[in-house]
Design a protein around this ligand. Structure first.
Ligand code: TRP
Length: 337
């Protein structure tokens, strides 16, 4: 995709994900699967935000591998390098540059109120680095470099998007219209996938119990095994309660994967037992993963192709972002080179 051919009548979408290891079923249904259809309707820019990931200490070898694998996996999930710009954040230096400028237009108090910072600083109390604190400015830079109109994100990122809007509005207030003010695009229905072992908790790859989450690259046997062990309720009814039960979570996963609505799913499982429900969910998930896994295995063996995609994408992303960064630099009074 060449940005010169970006359709001016279409809105621009930007979204990003950290390449921090295992992609879970939760990440897939909550984010990536929603990105795919957007490519038909919008000018899409997607990024693997590796600069964000080092706010938490990474093992360099492992991290390097995670980035390449994440890139291949996104292609396998249907991020289409012909339709969208899909780049690696550290390849486009304007992100770090704009992040610094925006940091100087953000108040300490605003960053202190970010719930994700509070969360992460209690989880990683041995390494509360300044990057973790300033991370929302880097995220604001990601978004604001591309005249973004819409940002598909989960509800947990809404506060960061609001901050990006505030900062953009503040900057525009001082210097005139430089940034497009973006809006979050938050999925209305149920893409929050919970732990299979504790449905009150979000499904997470950092869970100490591997049965709590499913990886997109899990084998068919593992997927079935994990669903079989999923917690359900003490009665045997298959009904959506809306109060975060194990059955709610299974129905939700089933509907997200198959595109059915909850009512239809309830009808389908009426008079059926939990065993049947679990096997049906496992089958639906495995059949969706099958084609992703086979494409992933092809891409990951073809590093030349992956490299061609991310290099091209970085060039295009830079091409768009440099116009914004030059505007910003000139507005604040820097001497342009
Ligand atoms: N902060 C997001 C997360 O942890 C990832 C992210 C970084 C992002 N930059 C972004 C998401 C820009 C949307 C837009 O999930």
């Amino acid at each position: 995709m060449y940005y010169m051919t970006f359709d001016k009548n279409k809105k621009n979408v930007f979204s990003a994900i950290q390449p921090s290891g295992t992609m879970t079923l939760g990440n897939y249904l909550g984010a990536i699967k929603n990105w795919i259809p957007l490519q038909e309707e919008y000018n899409c820019i997607f990024s693997l935000v590796d600069l964000h990931t080092i706010t938490v200490r990474q093992d360099p070898k492992e991290f390097h591998k995670n980035i390449l694998e994440a890139y291949a996996l996104f292609l396998a999930c249907g991020v289409d390098s012909q339709k969208s710009i899909f780049f690696i954040q550290s390849h486009v230096h304007t992100h770090a540059e704009l992040a610094w400028v925006l940091t100087c237009y953000t108040q300490f108090g605003e960053l202190s109120r970010m719930t994700q910072f509070k969360d992460k600083s209690s989880r990683y109390s041995e390494n509360i680095n300044a990057g973790l604190f300033c991370y929302p400015d880097l995220m604001a830079a990601d978004i604001l470099l591309y005249n973004t109109h819409l940002i598909p994100v989960g509800i947990d990122q809404k506060q960061h998007v609001e901050l990006a809007r505030d900062i953009a509005g503040r900057f525009n207030g001082i210097y005139g219209d430089v940034f497009t003010i973006p809006e979050p695009l938050i999925p209305k229905v149920g893409a929050k996938i919970m732990s299979l072992q504790d449905p009150a908790k979000k499904m997470s790859k950092s869970d100490s119990n591997v049965n709590a989450y499913i990886s997109v690259l899990d084998s068919e046997e593992d997927v079935l095994k994990k669903f079989k062990r999923a917690v359900t309720d003490s009665n045997s009814e298959i009904k959506y309660s809306g109060s975060l039960t194990g059955v709610d979570n299974l129905l939700n996963i089933y509907c997200c994967v198959t595109g059915r609505n909850i009512n239809d799913a309830e009808n389908e499982f009426r008079d059926k037992g939990y065993k049947y429900l679990k096997e049906s969910v496992a089958n639906a998930v495995t059949s969706e993963f099958k084609s992703i896994q086979s494409k992933f295995n092809t891409y990951i063996k073809d590093l030349g192709y992956i490299e061609k995609c991310y290099k091209e994408a970085a060039k295009e992303a830079y091409g768009i972002s440099k116009e914004i960064i030059s505007k910003v630099f000139s507005k604040v009074g820097f001497i342009l080179k």
